[in-house]
Design a protein around this ligand. Structure first.
Ligand SMILES: CC(=O)N[C@H]1[C@@H](OP(=O)(O)OP(=O)(O)OC[C@H]2O[C@@H](n3ccc(=O)[nH]c3=O)[C@H](O)[C@@H]2O)O[C@H](CO)[C@@H](O)[C@@H]1O
Ligand SMILES: C=C(OP(=O)(O)O)C(=O)O
Length: 439
């Protein structure tokens, strides 16, 4: 399908300004939180991305009216009719995103049962949901596996509980938050994830009337309440999209002002960007990123949970590392298969070798388990245009960056996947002077 192909003529530095809106990894979850309220909620700074449209459809199916508010990027979510909704078409949402799993707690509270279709999301590792179901069982839910998804019931009101996550999983932490706020009694969650998007979700829930505190050792305590109201909230900016454009500026030797980007959530990325040799300037309205000239420096990089280097920053930055002098080491510790995208970069002329060992700082869960989860990037290498098939969201954006940095023309297949998490990326590319066209 030619609609899904982009011809990218590389070799022109990106130059200009784009805007990022609310975070892909917060907005859909804040939309789900609206289900817990007895009144409508208003969510601002909502990006027009596919993951938002998917959750909008799911909420509507569950009787929540979702309308545009006073501004085009504001959603008003009214959950007054959840109890009377007919969810017969839910199968159509199978494989759409990872968010349906977060409907469990809110629906169990409101209806006493929930059906969760098969999940989607990026294919970057096994991505099991065992922690989610373990914690839901601890709250008192029963879970039955069906051919087309999972059916859950809460025979009585869910009860607060004491949980320790085996790994600080973002989604499982959100599962606990969205379930514990209306559960009977208190919940203690230790080894929780504390990503900025989770803190923002806690802010949303607190606005609704929840009682949630966070200790210095990543333990979250929630005191269940009987009722929650609505919220008005402006979503935190998308630090993942911002970092993607920063990496694009660096790899193409250009400059991009990312309006809306915020320093606080990007500190770890900014330090790494500077170590590689990138320049940036933090302004009130956003962050300007650019390549200051001269050679880039190789680095050792390890992805980790917050406040470590976010795994979703890794793929776009690796493209810039192909232009750095010397050997860079990348150790991916969050997902076991997030380096497969590098084979296409090698096809373009990069030198990236994958290893099963944990290279770099520390041993991770994937060491000695046959996962190619470490990479050595040897640079600088000239990239040549190529035929590229987008494997996943960030891998897809990385291929765009590589195609923009390369000599010649690349044919990039499957670009629609990028719409899942990058608002209006085609217009943004045009605004930055990229030479890209539909065949
Ligand atoms: C929509 C969204 O917010 N997606 C983000 C979220 O994904 P998501 O919430 O799916 O990621 P998790 O933090 O849960 O996953 C981290 C690791 O834990 C493992 N795990 C997770 C749950 C479980 O039940 N069992 C299990 O083994 C996963 O396979 C993975 O290896 O956090 C990731 C880590 O910051 C980001 O890369 C994703 O962009
Ligand atoms: C892995 C990602 O997202 P998801 O969890 O939605 O697949 C991502 O945003 O890079």
């Amino acid at each position: 399908m030619t609609d899904d192909i982009l011809l990218v003529h590389g070799g022109t530095p990106l130059d200009g300004e784009i805007r990022v809106r609310g975070a892909k990894n917060l907005v859909p979850k804040a939309m789900v939180a609206a289900l817990l309220g007895s009144e409508p909620s208003r969510l601002r700074n909502v990006p027009d991305i596919r993951d938002v449209r998917v959750v909008r459809g799911l909420l509507q199916l569950h009787g929540t009216t979702v309308t545009t508010g006073d501004e085009p990027d504001e959603l008003v979510l009214d959950p007054s009719h959840v109890e009377s909704a007919n969810v017969a078409d839910i199968d159509a949402h199978a494989g759409s995103s990872r968010i349906p799993i977060l409907f469990c707690g809110p629906l169990l509270h409101r209806l006493g049962h929930a059906f969760i279709p098969g999940l989607g999301g990026c294919d970057i590792g096994g991505r099991p949901v065992d922690f989610h179901f373990d914690v839901l069982r601890q709250f008192g839910a029963t879970i039955e596996k069906r051919a087309d998804g999972q059916y859950l019931e809460a025979p009585q009101r869910l009860r607060g509980t004491k949980i320790r996550l085996p790994y600080p999983s973002v989604g499982s932490t959100e599962q606990v938050l969205l379930t514990a706020v209306l559960a009977e009694g208190s919940t203690e969650l230790s080894n929780a994830a504390v990503e900025p998007e989770i803190e923002d979700l806690i802010c949303v829930l607190q606005k609704m009337g929840a009682i949630i505190s966070m200790d210095t050792d990543r333990t979250i305590r929630i005191t269940g309440v009987d009722k929650l109201g609505g919220y008005t909230h402006s979503a935190l900016p998308d630090r993942l999209e911002a970092a993607s454009w920063a990496s694009a500026a660096l790899a193409t030797e250009g400059q991009v002002f990312v309006r809306g980007a915020s320093q606080r959530e990007m500190m770890t990325f900014l330090n790494t960007f500077r170590k590689v040799g990138g320049a940036f300037e933090v302004l009130d309205e956003g962050i300007r990123f650019w390549h200051p000239g001269g050679p880039l420096k190789s680095i050792a990089l390890e992805t980790d949970v917050h406040p470590g280097f976010q795994t979703d920053w890794q793929q776009p930055l690796v493209v810039a590392l192909t232009q750095a002098t010397g050997l860079s080491i990348v150790h991916e510790t969050v997902y076991e298969s997030r380096l497969g995208f590098t084979s296409a970069l090698n096809q373009m002329g990069a030198h990236i070798q994958l290893y099963r060992e944990c290279l770099g700082g520390s041993a991770c869960r994937f060491g000695q388990r046959n996962f190619l989860h470490s990479a050595v990037v040897s640079g600088p290498t000239k990239l040549q245009g190529s035929d590229l098939i987008i494997p996943d969201l960030r891998g897809g954006f990385s291929y765009l960056i590589a195609a923009l940095a390369a000599q010649g023309t690349s044919r990039v297949h499957g670009i629609d996947l990028i719409n899942r998490g990058y608002e209006n990326f085609m217009n943004k590319l045009a605004e930055l002077g990229a030479k890209a066209e539909r065949p």
